[in-house]
Design a protein around this ligand. Structure first.
Ligand code: FAD
Length: 320
């Protein structure tokens, strides 16, 4: 069976698999045999959880360079594992780091790179990826012409499922050779952002995003996000106005998200906003203008004043 290398870059503080990694494993299993790569230690609990996802082989490195330098050493790790197991594909998360690793692995393996994929399927041994292009105007099926394909997959594009049979994975600790160029930028200090307690935008199952209609007050959006356990996103009009950090911007020049539920609040639905969210599974729009273009892509639309609609929604959700 074709070997598909899955790079697990995020492990929860509790040592368990992040939901994005579970989704990658579900996809890999549907298309071949997953070989997992981890940059760091693999605890017994983590190995057991990987076994629940049908992973039979885990390769990991605990070399300090992986933590002390920027992205490049991780790309060396992934590329060298992919070459050693003769992988036909590498799957990674579609985060900025994931996409940088994908590009570097592509160069190292002379492999085609496909980003922003929402699903993959095995077509006669080669992986076919489905992705959105041209600001989300088209869905495209893409296949690399190289022997190996590197694909970054949007979070929540697929539902994570455990394997039909749990296995006990073989965990191997390996040593990787890092090229001088990979050790070009050392991390000298880490500072953590003030934690909001909300999920990261690109990892969230639910996103509540606000736009110019909020008129500077993100309170209603944040309250709805908190009762739903959602991340907060924004249109560029809102981030440019300084109402919320640029890190929250969704769209062509912001983050690309694909959650199970995207609630768009006071956002008109310009093409550049759609580019970042229209592959969401279910889109709900709240806008006072029934002619607003956002309703063209919304599965459910509420025409009304967000300052009335959102508090009512919060009350109702709390009541249940
Ligand atoms: P508006 O278009 O002003 O819409 C505000 C909406 O709020 C309206 O539909 C209005 O009916 C509604 N509203 C007002 N008050 C209420 C109320 N009380 N209750 C309910 N509804 C209300 N935009 C992005 O979002 N992301 C990007 O990444 C991005 N990249 C861009 C890149 C380029 C090169 C360019 C040129 C533009 C980009 N834009 C991007 C900007 C984009 O074109 C739009 O200008 C922007 O998305 C508009 O934001 P908005 O919908 O919040 O504001």
């Amino acid at each position: 069976m074709t070997a598909i290398v899955v790079f697990i870059d995020q492990i929860n503080a509790s040592g368990t698999l992040h939901s994005t990694s579970q989704q990658l494993l579900t996809l890999a299993r549907s298309a071949g045999e997953a070989v997992v790569v981890v940059a760091g230690p693999v605890s017994e609990d983590l190995a057991a959880e990987l076994g629940v996802h049908g992973v039979a082989r885990v390769l990991h490195s605990e070399q300090s360079e992986l933590a002390d330098f920027l992205i490049a050493p991780k790309a060396d790790l992934v590329a060298q594992v992919a070459a050693s197991v003769s992988a036909s594909a590498v799957l990674l998360e579609n985060s900025p780091a994931g996409k940088e690793i994908a590009a570097r692995v592509g160069v190292a393996l002379n492999a085609g790179v496909i980003t922003d994929a929402v699903t993959v399927e095995n077509q006669g041994g080669a992986l076919l990826a489905h992705k959105s292009v041209l600001a989300g105007s088209y869905m495209v099926q893409a296949q690399a012409t190289s022997a190996v394909t590197v694909i970054s997959v949007k979070s929540h594009s697929v539902e994570a499922r455990a394997a039909a049979q749990t296995v006990v994975p073989v965990v191997e600790r390996i040593e990787v050779t890092f090229g001088p160029a990979s050790l070009g930028a050392r991390i000298i200090r880490r500072t953590s952002r003030t934690a909001s307690g909300r999920p990261e935008l690109e990892d969230a199952r639910i996103v509540v995003a606000g736009g110019r209609g909020l008129d500077g007050d993100f309170g209603p959006v944040e309250e709805l996000a908190d009762v739903l356990g959602a991340a907060v996103g924004a249109s560029r009009a809102a981030t440019d106005a300084g109402w919320i950090s640029h890190a929250a911007q969704v769209g062509q020049t912001g983050k690309k998200v694909s959650p199970q539920l995207y609630i768009s609040v006071g956002i008109s639905g310009a093409i550049q906003q759609k580019a970042g969210m229209q592959t969401s599974k279910v889109i709900v729009a709240v806008n006072k203008d029934s002619e607003s273009p956002v309703f063209e892509i919304a599965d459910f639309g509420i025409v009304g004043d967000l300052f009335k609609v959102l508090p009512q929604a919060v009350e109702e959700i709390k009541r249940r």
